[in-house]
Design a protein around this ligand. Structure first.
Ligand code: KG4
Ligand code: ZN
Length: 336
């Protein structure tokens, strides 16, 4: 089975072809990050317009990479949500139109299911069942995964997603968008002992989380160290970035350990943009070692938004006999 995957839910145009026997045959990606950075965040209208410009050329390029003729796939999978409605509509209507033109089934894929399954594209994939930590710009969830489509929410952030907190904290420190990689870069230069940030909701039982308090803590700490011109010195910015990152990472690690203990599972999968964070990976490696469990994640390119994860998730759905009807599905809000 061979599936074309299309991702346009936010600021990345991603296209890939996944073959159930041969793996990834083609994978192209165009990031709009530079365009949005000028505005300090994603501008939805600009995102949609750019997807319109880039999607068809990327589809062409992906077929070329794969050495396939147009239409030489068994189905077309597209991200149907959650995400920005205008951006989603571009991938959804293109995917559905190609399915109609090529007389193939279309598959509406949940963006977070794409992220969740992305580590299975790697050479040593996790096997069901496992616990997954989904950490992106829009979601922070702990999920019990028993198989394709068999997901049980164990806990989630009650306010900001971890990635969103990274982005907002970065903005407060005057750093560029997207803030996650910027904070991670500066944190390496910081002194982790200088500021002590809280580990929200870790002193009570349960797997729910909260990250908006860390954002406020960042703002207050930054304001306490402004000079008369309102400037903060580079060393202090790095120290705050370091304390912030450490607090998010520690909090996630505590909740992940709890989820493993609670479910008795021995595999932890991390997925979504924040799973690219090296300090998070290192901290979780330490934790799973103590729990005699294994940690799984995707290569950085497949942690953030990409077409490969949608092609892969679509292929799993196709193999399970699940395709979508003729309706063009684009849902900005959609529980997994
Ligand atoms: O999964 P993703 O590409 O898009 C969503 O579905 O939201 O995640 C984007 C998020 C952004 O908030 C970005 O700041 C964060 O992932 N991110 C990181 C890192 N790389 C991306 N956060 C922390 N450390 C990183 N290295
Ligand atoms: Zn995403």
């Amino acid at each position: 089975m061979r599936v074309l995957g299309i991702e346009t839910s936010c600021d990345e145009t991603g296209v890939a072809i996944y073959d159930s026997e041969q793996g990834l045959l083609g994978d192209t990606l165009y990031s709009q990050v530079k365009m949005h950075a000028e505005y300090g965040g994603v501008v939805p209208e600009l995102a949609s317009r750019d997807h319109v410009r880039k999607l068809i050329p990327l589809i062409r390029e992906t077929f070329q990479q794969a050495g396939l003729e147009h239409g030489d796939v068994d189905a077309i999978a597209y991200t149907a949500g959650p995400g920005l409605i205008g951006a989603l509509m571009v991938g959804a209507s293109t995917g559905r139109a190609l399915a109609l033109a090529w007389d193939k089934p279309a598959i509406a894929v949940h963006h977070m299911e794409g992220h969740l399954l992305a580590p299975m594209l790697e050479d040593t994939p996790p096997a069901f069942p496992f616990v997954a930590l989904l950490v992106s710009g829009g979601h922070t969830q702990l999920v019990r995964v028993d198989g394709i489509g068999r997901y049980e929410l164990l806990g989630e952030s009650l306010d900001d997603a971890a990635g969103e907190a990274f982005d907002k904290a970065a903005k407060m420190l005057g750093l560029d968008y997207p803030g996650g990689p910027e904070i991670a870069r500066l944190a390496e230069l910081g002194d982790v002992t200088r500021f002590k940030f809280p580990r929200p909701m870790t002193d009570r039982p349960g797997l729910d989380m909260s990250f908006s308090g860390l954002k406020t803590f960042t703002l207050n700490t930054a304001n306490d160290h402004r000079d008369e011109q309102g400037q903060i010195d580079d060393k202090t910015i790095a120290d705050i970035a370091c304390a912030f990152e450490q607090a998010v990472v520690d909090t996630l690690a505590i909740k992940c350990r709890r989820a493993l203990q609670q479910t008795g599972m021995k595999q932890l999968v991390i997925a979504g943009g924040v799973s690219a964070n090296q300090r998070l990976r290192d901290r979780l490696e330490e934790m799973v070692k103590k729990e005699r469990a294994g940690l799984y994640y995707a290569r950085p390119r497949f942690c953030t938004d990409n077409g490969a994860m949608i092609a892969f998730a679509g292929c799993q759905r196709l193999q399970a006999g699940q395709t979508s009807d003729l309706t063009i599905l684009a849902q900005p809000r959609w529980p997994m």
